[in-house]
Design a protein around this ligand. Structure first.
Ligand code: GTP
Ligand code: MG
Length: 195
């Protein structure tokens, strides 16, 4: 999809605040600082629409981006940030679970992992959880510009094996810097949002 029009509809904590249009939603999840906002910006052709930061753990609400009046990207606060207090973490968990399990318009989740390393225990927990609830999930291995092309396959195999990803179609390499993988990620999203 070639995006021309995006609007941040709202930052929601409470389900009552979620959009009511009934249009499909695609959520982006992943560790704090993994690159969710950066991926969002690439997909919507903006440099800094979704706020990226060097301060992890900044995004604390569900941010709904209305794209081309057709679907929503939902930027979910990152997990695994050590400096967040336990009570905050529990609040986070509640909000995310409520959203991911109960949201009828949620058509898929894009789950980001750092392509340079093996997925973390938190990444594994998240993927197992999404699989358990049968939520269609695309794993995006990001920051791939930081590893040489010759090592891509090896890294992708490591991600696939660690997370036990069943289908090759559900794992894609990506770089917000070079925009590699942008079309493929969009294809997965369109297929799941409208397919
Ligand atoms: P939270 O909102 O805190 O959960 O973080 P986030 O997942 O939204 O990460 P964000 O997009 O803010 O990116 C974090 C840092 O990683 C920023 O400094 C980005 O510039 C950098 N970054 C993100 N994606 C890439 C990438 O593909 N390549 C490189 N080289 N850097 C990236
Ligand atoms: Mg962010």
């Amino acid at each position: 999809m070639e995006v021309h029009n995006v609007e941040l509809v709202m930052s929601a904590v409470d389900p009552k605040q979620y959009p009511k249009t009934g249009q499909p939603e695609i959520a982006l999840v992943g560790r704090s600082n993994v690159g969710k906002s950066s991926l969002t910006n690439v997909l919507i052709n903006r440099n800094s629409y979704a706020r990226t930061s060097s301060q992890p753990g900044k995004t604390q609400t569900l941010n709904f981006y209305h794209v081309e009046d057709a679907l929503y990207f939902v930027d979910v606060p990152g997990y695994g940030y050590a400096k967040v207090s336990r009570s905050e973490r529990e609040k986070w968990g509640q909000m995310i679970e409520t959203y991911l399990i109960a949201r009828e318009t949620l058509k898929g989740v894009v789950s980001l992992v750092d392509g340079r390393h093996a997925p973390t225990a938190d990444d594994q927990t998240m993927y197992t959880w999404l699989s358990y609830y049968d939520i269609p999930t695309l794993i995006v291995a990001t920051k791939m510009d930081k590893i040489p092309g010759a090592k891509w396959n090896k890294q992708l195999s490591l991600v696939k094996k660690t997370l036990q990803i069943q289908s090759q179609d559900d794992l894609l390499p990506f770089s917000a810097q070079t925009k590699a993988g942008k079309q493929e990620v969009w294809q997965w999203i369109e297929q799941h949002a409208f397919g």
